[in-house]
Write a protein that binds this ligand. Structure first.
Ligand code: OGA
Ligand code: ZN
Length: 375
């Protein structure tokens, strides 16, 4: 319950001093546009009924009063009357609250190789399915650290899709609803060989890029084949700290990524480091296998390469990496806009078989918020 200690207004702005001494300064046009009355918002779903062009261009605040605990505002020139619940104003006030942001580096816990001395974020799959609290904690780990491990996921064909059903929707691609990661004859992707794979994010050539990736280990009897994860937001922060111009180069210049085989030709033009309106990192991309011809203005080529090399060198720093070997039944779920993954080469003897699939981040965040509200 947020109580109003005092309010005042002129024609352009309403000022509220709250009991906790914080202050809201709300302009007339914003108040008019955010009217919560049934004529402005559908009472069943809260969705806006009015278009911005339906309201006067320069509304003014005429009168403000407190009636039965609600703040009543009358506007000129159309005489419109809005009633606001003070709690709603407090929670939505733009001078008190940060904008919604569940993706950028600002709301993440950035990590490096020694951050998980107590163990990696890891949950038992049966508990994850059965208990909302466990599911919430696991999804929160994806939000905070960018990844989570699930243990004892049944080693059944296509199980990775059932895991996705627990929190979101499958993002089907040209690789199918899910894909097999094992050595293949004439592979269309180096992932399907026993070679090591350098740190990368999947599918930067897809627009939009799949926000989540799952890799489920079904068999692992080869020597080698360890998995490596690293925090791309941490790498981007280090780049910005070490050389802000290099950071600017990689966030302001876009490059081409491409994947081609007999059935697909996927292309994107996107930056290595994507920032939001506040300059905070929201997505990183890196995939040596699928960087297409680099096509930039002539004057940018040399400084771009200096920045690109610097970034790639940071991504090779072992102190940023966490290394572990996936065992049969283990599954890693990670944010494919943030976490780079890699694999060490493995022996030809024995067998290694993973099944992978993609999903999108919006579904996971939606589930997380729903779980938070319910508990
Ligand atoms: C992939 C991949 C890693 C592995 O298929 O995208 O990176 O451990 N595989 O085989
Ligand atoms: Zn990959």
């Amino acid at each position: 319950m947020n109580r109003i200690r005092h309010f005042s207004h002129d024609s352009e702005e309403l000022t509220i001093v709250w009991e906790d001494a914080s202050q809201s300064q709300l302009q007339a046009i914003w108040l008019r546009d955010h009217c919560q009355m049934p004529a402005s918002r559908n009472p069943d779903n809260g969705q806006r009924l009015l278009n911005i062009t339906d309201i006067p261009q320069d509304p003014c605040i005429d009168r403000v009063s407190l009636e039965d605990g609600r703040l009543v505002i009358e506007f000129r020139p159309d005489g419109h009357r809005s009633e606001f619940d003070p709690d709603w104003l407090y929670e939505n006030c733009y001078s008190l609250n940060q904008q919604h942001d569940d993706r950028s580096e600002i709301n993440k816990i950035l990590w490096s190789g020694d951050s998980f001395q107590q163990g990696l974020p890891r949950y038992a799959y049966d508990v994850f399915c059965a208990q909302r609290g466990s599911r919430r904690a696991a999804l929160q780990a994806v939000s905070d650290y960018g990844f989570v491990l699930l243990d004892a996921v049944p080693c059944e064909d296509g199980q990775v899709l059932k895991v996705i059903e627990q929190f979101g929707y499958v993002r089907e691609t040209n690789y199918g609803p899910f894909f097999e990661v094992r050595t293949k004859v004439e592979p269309n992707n180096l992932a399907y060989t026993n070679l090591g794979l350098g740190c990368h994010l999947d599918n930067p050539y897809r627009d939009p890029v799949p926000g989540l990736q799952l890799l489920h280990c079904l068999e692992s009897s080869t020597a080698g084949g360890e998995s490596i994860l690293q925090d791309g937001f941490m790498a981007a922060r280090i780049l910005r700290d070490e050389d802000p111009q290099h950071f600017a180069m990689l966030s302001q210049h876009w490059i081409n990524f491409r994947f081609r085989d007999d059935a697909a030709d996927l292309r994107s033009r996107v930056p290595f480091i994507e920032t939001n309106d506040l300059g905070a990192v929201i997505k990183v991309r890196f995939n040596n296998r699928s960087i297409d011809t680099i096509n930039l203005p002539p004057a940018v080529i040399r400084p771009f390469y200096a920045a690109y090399r610097h970034y790639a060198e940071i991504l090779e720093r072992e102190e940023l990496q966490t290394v572990f070997k996936l065992q049969p039944g283990e599954l890693m779920l990670f944010d494919n806009t943030r976490i780079l993954h890699a694999r060490k080469a493995y022996s030809a003897a024995g067998s290694r078989h993973l099944q992978g699939a993609y999903s999108d981040l919006d579904g996971l965040y939606s589930s997380l918020r729903t779980l938070e509200t319910a508990s």
